[in-house]
Design a protein around this ligand. Structure first.
Ligand code: B1M
Length: 225
């Protein structure tokens, strides 16, 4: 088990690997994190994903442009590929297991956050139907009908792409008023989620499963009257 100091050092290396778009280093330090028993969720979120927050800052300051963003995303994915099996095996099983249709709304190709959320649901033993990114609204609706899922999870990263969500919520609820709709992504917050008519919001990947379980439990309680 890594000491607190060593854990900090490993997280910093993962963070730096993403910021400096170094795929080899990201994979190497993800391996070191596992060998030294750093929690794979901490390595993913506080190491790799945290590096992406800094990348966003550099993009805002015009120090990085789209090519750098793409290379940083590749580095993050290289680290995640090493951590994913350990994350899935990490025993974060959920007492309530359901099925979720997950996708990034149309017009939006940002899928790093959605992919982290997906890993968390898989680790919890949920059945995940991943539609990917830039998903047309009707594809969400088709998949809802086909899979009879309990929850639809919608991710959106841009102030422009979130505009399609109210229409999507309406379409999904028309097909199945009992489906629970959960939203996530940086421009969203609980107030917007309520305004859009969705049922739940998760700020990050680590709270997403808990939020979905809450939604299913609330639905069952409502059914019991
Ligand atoms: Co772009 N991008 N990008 N980008 N990008 C943002 C989002 C932006 C905020 C950057 C900025 O201006 N500071 C900005 C959007 C501005 C706005 O809102 N209007 C922006 C822009 C403008 C663009 C382009 C238009 C740039 C261009 O082409 N000129 C273009 C858009 C393309 C399109 O979508 N049509 C574009 C493209 C790209 C890349 C392809 C280069 C790349 C994405 C690669 C990929 O995802 N495969 C990229 C990146 C990397 C970013 C930033 C830097 C990082 C996003 C990220 O991965 N964060 C981003 C800046 C930022 O966010 N600060 C930015 C790390 C990730 C772990 O966090 O996704 O927030 P996040 O997910 C979290 C939570 O939000 C939550 O859990 C996750 C983990 O804890 N969560 C959920 C997310 N989904 C959830 C779902 C849930 C529950 C929780 O339940 C269903």
């Amino acid at each position: 088990m890594a000491s607190e100091g060593r854990t900090k050092e490993i997280l910093k290396e993962l963070y730096d690997a993403v910021v400096h778009y170094d795929e080899d280093k990201a994979a190497e330090w993800a391996g070191i994190a596992l060998t030294e028993d750093v929690d794979p969720l901490v390595a993913s979120l506080d190491g790799l994903a945290n590096g992406m927050v800094q990348v966003g800052e550099l993009y805002s300051k015009k120090e990085y442009y789209v090519p750098e963003l793409l290379m940083c995303a590749d580095a993050l994915n290289a680290g995640m590929n090493i951590l994913k099996p350990a994350l899935k095996a990490s025993g974060r099983k959920s007492a309530v297991k359901g099925s979720i249709v997950l996708g990034v709304v149309e017009g939006d190709v940002h899928d790093i956050g959605k992919n982290l959320v997906k890993v968390m649901f898989e680790a919890a033993g949920w059945n995940v139907h991943d539609l990917g990114r830039d998903v047309p609204l009707d594809k969400f609706v088709e998949e809802l009908v086909e899979t009879k899922c309990d929850v639809v999870g919608i991710s959106a990263l841009m102030t422009t792409s979130i505009q399609a969500i109210p229409e999507l919520v309406k379409k999904l609820k028309e097909k199945n008023p009992n489906v629970r709709i959960m939203l996530g992504g940086a421009p969203l917050n609980p107030e917007i989620v309520e305004k859009y008519g969705a049922d739940g919001y998760a700020k990050d990947a680590s709270s997403a499963v808990e939020e979905a379980v809450k939604l299913i439990k609330m639905l069952k309680e409502e059914a019991l009257g």
